[in-house]
Structures are given as C-alpha cells and as structure tokens.
Design a protein around this ligand. Structure first.
Ligand SMILES: Cc1cc2nc3c(=O)[nH]c(=O)nc-3n(C[C@H](O)[C@H](O)[C@H](O)COP(=O)(O)OP(=O)(O)OC[C@H]3O[C@@H](n4cnc5c(N)ncnc54)[C@H](O)[C@@H]3O)c2cc1C
Length: 498
C-alpha cells in the first residue's frame, strides 16, 4: 500500500462541511477549494509543497479557537488542517517532550500527567489547539508560578515554503548556536500563520537539570481548590462595581511586590453584561497547601470588601486532571463573538469603572459583553522582553474584552458595540491600549483586525507595535529569511521589511 501523506478534502467530500466549519467562533466559515489533512509531518511538507507549486493562497488550522477570521478569509483557497498531528511523546534524543501541533490542550494535559506526572504551563480551555496557542505566547493557570508556555519551548518543527522544492522542513531550537535560532524565536509569540506550518513543538523548562523526563517540566499541584464568587446584578450599583475593580486591582498590585503565599493563585474577574445576571470571580490555588482554603477565602473577601450587592461563593476541590478539563468559557448557544485584548500595567481606575458600568448596565443591549481581568505577572514578568516575542513583561493583568450573540443578522450591531466600548475605555491613548503608564498594548492570541483600522486606532501606534513593541523589526527580518514570498499571510501577519 502506498503511504497516503495527506487527505485531500474537496467540496464533494462529506468531510468538507465539518472541516470548513471548525472555527469555534461561528461568525467565520471558510470557502476554500480544498482542505488538506496531513497524516504526519512529512505529509504536511508534501501538502505545502503541492499548494505552493500550484500558487494557492494557504491558511493553517490548528484547534480552531482563533478569535478572528484569519483562517476563514474568503481569499484562502487551501487550508492545511493539522488536527491529525496530535502525538505527545518524550523524545530522548532532544531530552524534551515532543507534541504534535494538532494536539488539543486537554489531550496534552492528560498525556503529560498520566505518563510523567507533569504539566505544560498552558491554558484553561481544554479544546484550544496547541498550534495557535503556543505561537501566540499562551498563558494560563500556572503562568504566575511557571511563566508562559513559550518560556518552556525548546524547539519547533516547521514546514516552510521553498522556491525549488515547494516546501522543506526545518527544526529550529532555543540554543542560540542553532543556525535556525531566529525561526525558533519567531515562534515564541508572533501568532500562528506567519512563517510556515508548525508540525511539532518540543518543550522543556530552560534550567531543567538532567535528562530524566520527570524532571523536565513543572509538576502541577495534585489538587486544585476553586472558589467562584458571584455578585447579582439585581442589587449591584455602580459604586459596587467600582469597588470590586479597585479592590481587585489593589490586591494584585500589592501582591506582585510581596514574597507571597499566593504564587499559585490564578484568578479571573468577569465583569459581565447585566443580562448575564452576575459578575463572577473565579479563583484557584494549589489545593495541596494546608492553608489553601484560608488563603482563597481571604482573597475573595479582599476583592469583595465593601461591596453591598448580594454575593454567593461556591467551592470545589478537584484532582489536577479534572481541574484541567473544566470548560469555563462555554457560552451555550452564543457562538458568534468579537474579541479584543489589552495588557494592563495599572488597574482600571474609577473613571474606567464608571464607563464599564455604563456599558454593562445597559438593559437594552441583547448581547453578552464581558470584560475579564486575568491575574498575570510574577514568573511571567521575570523574563527579558526580548528573550521571546512576548515583549509585555511587566503587566499586572491580561484583559480580555468580548461580546457574544447568536443571530448572524445582528453581527454588525454587536461588533460595533464592542468597538465603541474599547475605543471609549482607551480614549486617553487613541482608542487602543497603547504602551504607557497604564497599558502595554495587546495580545496576539486575542487578535483584533480593528487595530489596523484608523477609525478605531487613532493612537498613531501601528497595530504591530501594539502586539510586539520593539520586537517587530526582528520579526520582519525572520519573515524575510524564511518566507520571502509571503506565502503565509493573513490580516495580522508579520509584513516583509521595507
Ligand atoms: C474558549 C477559548 C479559551 C481560550 N483560553 C486561552 C487561555 O487560557 N490562554 C491563552 O493564552 N489563550 C486562550 N485563548 C486564545 C487562544 O490561545 C487562541 O485563540 C489560539 O490562537 C487558538 O489556537 P487554535 O490552534 O485553537 O486556533 P486556530 O484558529 O486553528 O489557529 C489560530 C491561528 O494560529 C494559526 N495556526 C494554528 N495552528 C498552526 C500551525 N500548526 N502552524 C502554523 N499556524 C498555525 C492559524 O493559522 C491561526 O492564524 C482562548 C480562546 C478561546 C476561544
């Protein structure tokens, strides 16, 4: 039997409908002529080579959780879907864990924990794909203790376009002596779809000693203690919301500087639209600490201090693996969305809080808007801003802003509303969170095409500086070396220099 390197799925194939509708955001469904599904890394090379020789416009799909329509752009004629490349194995030759770029977060947590008792410091949604997540510089529940996922990236295998053969496979490593080191660096936060098709990542903590697999990545806590505090919108006042935001901000600002017992705390404050019914604080901590319950109680009390709206707090203790399988971002039938992001060096102030309250309290608005403040910093902020592409290494919070709805006929209304909210919230810096005392740009894994639109970004700071700051020119040099024909491009991809 000849080896079938990749499946070619055209419109007549029953799989076509499933593959073009893989975006979690149902606002985006692509119309490519074909989807190529490689069965292995060499299959990916052959698929790219064929598409490049035919001069096709390519896009790559990993887990399908990208927030913009970058993969489903109507101009794309061939999608390479890496879903089948999902192996997780220890690679003794490299002394690192090899993970297929099509693997989903939940599968990686499961394999690493059951086989080696380890965890990649990755994200909190089990169905996110490693393909996009890692390349964007992913953060998650272990980041304050262990840093970002890219702080543990040892090497990356990439199929790049090649003028002669159509495509070739390159392995690029963290070691500065590696001749392809620049390509490794470019995969530590530029976002996916820029340089080629990633087929495999290798992970290993930089200062891990020895070659025993069990010592090469962080060990997660055996159990995780969760607290979920909710404040009802029914009796929530503007003063309450300001108080919550201020308490939450003060707590984090103070804790960053301390030698704190809260290193394993991870928390997300959800400022939700009135229609959702409640504001939510989801917090978690290493459940193995004897003082875990007290610490988490004190944290919830500190955030809720002086807030008069009724509060309910629920508690849950889960073993590690079960803790990684919760899908807290599921919004039921509201599958259409528009997302934005911001790094916050300072907490939102009362002026910001009032504006947020005005938008969220609007009972006439039918969508679900949410502004989420994720705990950040600590280990993340110990890394040099140039060591990886993620230049934002002194923020207190990663902020997600999004709105969700169900009906496609309402797209323009909802997109416009979140655009206005964002523009108003960051009005002091041209409608975007430009780098300064309070904000430090945005996160490429919360991609937002509005940042390149002068109607929504009047800051004078180009979109790429908001994402990559002074690391952008180096990214452009990598682009010129590895993808000089700009084969891999989308609305927010790294542009060729000059
Ligand atoms: C519900 C939800 C929860 C999330 N939680 C977190 C979180 O906890 N932490 C966090 O940091 N982020 C989080 N994110 C953001 C997430 O990291 C990004 O959306 C990420 O890009 C998704 O990757 P994907 O492979 O699933 O998506 P895709 O849509 O498949 O890909 C996203 C981008 O990466 C490119 N890409 C994917 N695979 C490859 C590959 N193999 N080679 C080259 N390019 C590729 C695509 O072309 C596209 O441009 C979350 C998103 C969602 C929707």
């Amino acid at each position: 039997m000849p080896d079938i390197a990749f499946s070619e799925v055209t419109r007549e194939d029953p799989r076509y409908g499933s593959l073009v509708a893989r975006s979690r955001n149902t606002r985006f469904v692509g119309t490519p002529s074909r989807v190529l599904v490689p069965r292995h890394a060499e299959g990916a090379r052959q698929a790219v080579a064929q598409a490049v020789r035919r001069g096709e416009r390519l896009a790559v799909r990993g887990g399908g959780h990208g927030l913009e329509g970058l993969v489903d752009d109507p101009g794309v004629t061939t999608v390479i879907d890496v879903s089948a490349l999902d192996d997780v194995a220890y690679d003794p030759r490299r002394g690192a864990f090899a993970v297929g770029a099509g693997a989903l977060m939940g599968d990686v947590y499961r394999s690493m924990y059951l086989k080696w008792g380890l965890a990649l410091p990755a994200g909190t949604c089990p169905s996110v794909g490693l393909g996009g997540y890692v390349q964007g510089g992913g953060f998650g529940a272990l980041c304050r203790r262990h840093g970002l996922v890219v702080d543990h990236l040892e090497a990356v295998e990439v199929v790049v376009a090649d003028e002669g053969a159509g495509a070739r496979t390159v392995v690029a490593g963290r070691d500065p002596a590696d001749p392809h080191h620049d390509l490794w660096w470019a995969h530590t936060g530029a976002g996916g779809g820029n340089f080629g098709v990633v087929t495999r990542f290798w992970f290993r903590t930089d200062d891990a000693a020895g070659r025993r697999p069990e010592d090469l990545l962080p060990r997660p806590p055996a159990t995780v203690l969760f607290a979920s505090a909710t404040w009802d919108w029914d009796d929530l006042t503007e003063r309450d919301l300001l108080r919550l935001v201020a308490n939450h901000g003060v707590w984090h600002a103070k804790e960053q500087a301390d030698d704190s017992a809260y290193e394993s705390l991870y928390s997300a404050l959800y400022l939700n639209q009135r229609r959702v019914g409640r504001l939510v604080l989801n917090a978690q901590i290493d459940g193995g600490r004897p003082d875990a319950r007290r610490l988490l109680e004190e944290y919830v009390e500190a955030v809720g201090e002086g807030v008069r709206a009724s509060r309910t707090t629920s508690w849950q203790r889960l073993p590690w693996l079960q803790a990684t399988a919760r899908d807290v971002e599921n919004r039921g039938g509201l599958t259409r969305s528009k997302s934005k992001g911001a790094y916050l060096r300072q907490p939102f102030d009362d002026g910001d809080g009032s504006l947020i309250h005005r938008y969220l309290a609007d009972a006439d608005y039918s969508g679900h808007t949410t502004i989420v403040l994720f705990s950040y910093g600590r280990a993340v902020n110990t890394v040099d801003p140039e060591a990886t592409v993620v230049a934002q290494r002194d923020s207190l919070f990663k902020c997600y802003l999004g709105t969700y709805w169900a009906d496609g006929r309402e797209d323009a209304t909802h997109v416009d509303r979140i655009r206005r909210l964002y523009r108003d919230l960051f009005a002091r810096t041209g409608g975007v969170p430009a780098s300064g005392d309070r904000t430090d740009g945005s996160y490429i894994n919360y991609p937002d095409v509005d940042l390149r639109d002068p109607r929504w970004n009047s800051s004078g700071v180009p979109w790429h500086d908001l994402y990559f700051k002074s690391n952008y020119p180096r990214l452009q040099r990598v682009k010129a070396r590895w993808d000089p024909q700009d084969v891999f491009r989308h609305a927010l991809s790294v542009e060729l220099p000059g």
